[in-house]
Design a protein around this ligand. Structure first.
Ligand code: ATP
Ligand code: MG
Length: 258
């Protein structure tokens, strides 16, 4: 999240969540996110409540698999939209520098102005290159404007990180044979179920952890990284996450005496 001061006292019990909400509202005002981005954020907030607003153990396992997969990639790409630009642009840039991943803008509610606003946000913060202004290729089997992409970026990628993604594009990217990694607070979404690796966590918590994990895994050889990658089972991981949520809700009901 861009370090901006909002009028929220740090002592407020929902300080972090309210700051993120302000950042998303600013993102809409600045033309980064479409108004629909507020709704997507709200759905994320609701699931974050269910997780206890923390990174749970299955997410740590998924972050490790994602880190190994990104280190093994030949052409890694990070696909960004308006909400990502509003919430965590600095972390995306740091990650992109670390693994030499290209950043490409891809938005669901397309407008040239919004696309340029997102590119500008990343460039203002130091990104050397942000792809997506001139799309010269397309993802097969996808009817929405999101099919449009660049041949040097998403089209060519072997591993693509798509935080806060929409299910149909995740599916189309998988059908192209890519490893698709997402960060999605909703373990039930189509995206979560269709990706190769789903990190069920808040983007703003998961990205710094992914960066730290990649720094740690950098000393591993390819065989060790491949072992981490191939031993990950996305369905199993989502199941563990749902079980944890279930247990958590069960114990809360018990504690409140209902
Ligand atoms: P799908 O198309 O995958 O079934 P959806 O249509 O329910 O998903 P979208 O609006 O396409 O949802 O995408 C938004 C997704 O991003 C939601 O699943 C929401 O939980 C998630 N999300 C929103 N904010 C965050 C955040 N800060 N960190 C991680 N995930 C988030
Ligand atoms: Mg969707």
């Amino acid at each position: 999240m861009t370090k901006k001061e909002y009028n929220i006292p740090p002592s407020h019990p929902r300080y972090i969540s309210l700051q993120l909400r302000e950042a998303i509202a600013d993102g809409v005002a600045e033309g980064l996110s479409a108004p629909e981005g507020l709704i997507a954020h709200g759905r994320g907030e609701a699931f974050d409540y269910l997780l206890g607003e923390c990174t749970l153990p299955p997410a740590i396992t998924a972050i490790r698999a994602a880190g190994a997969t990104m280190l093994l990639a030949k052409h890694p790409v990070i696909s960004v939209n308006g909400n990502v630009a509003a919430l965590a642009p600095e972390h995306v840039i740091e990650l992109s520098d670390l693994i030499k991943a290209r950043i490409e803008v891809n938005i669901f509610h397309y407008s040239k102005m919004r696309s340029l606003a997102i590119i500008n946000r990343f460039q203002e913060l130091g990104a050397e290159e942000v792809l997506g202004e001139h799309k010269d290729s397309s993802i097969p089997g996808l009817d929405s404007a999101r099919a449009q992409c660049t041949s040097a970026g998403i089209y060519k990628s072997d591993v693509v990180l798509v935080p806060l993604e929409d299910g149909d594009r995740a599916e189309a990217l998988r059908k192209m044979g890519k490893d698709v990694i997402t960060i999605d607070l909703n373990p039930l979404s189509r995206t979560s179920r269709l990706c190769s690796i789903t990190i069920v966590d808040n983007l703003v918590r998961a990205l710094p952890k992914l960066i730290e994990t990649i720094k740690e895994l950098d000393t591993y050889d390819d065989i060790q990284l491949m072992e981490i990658k191939t031993s990950f089972d996305n369905n199993q991981n989502l199941k563990e996450m749902l079980n944890l949520i279930n247990d958590r809700l069960g114990s809360m009901v018990f504690q409140s005496g209902i």
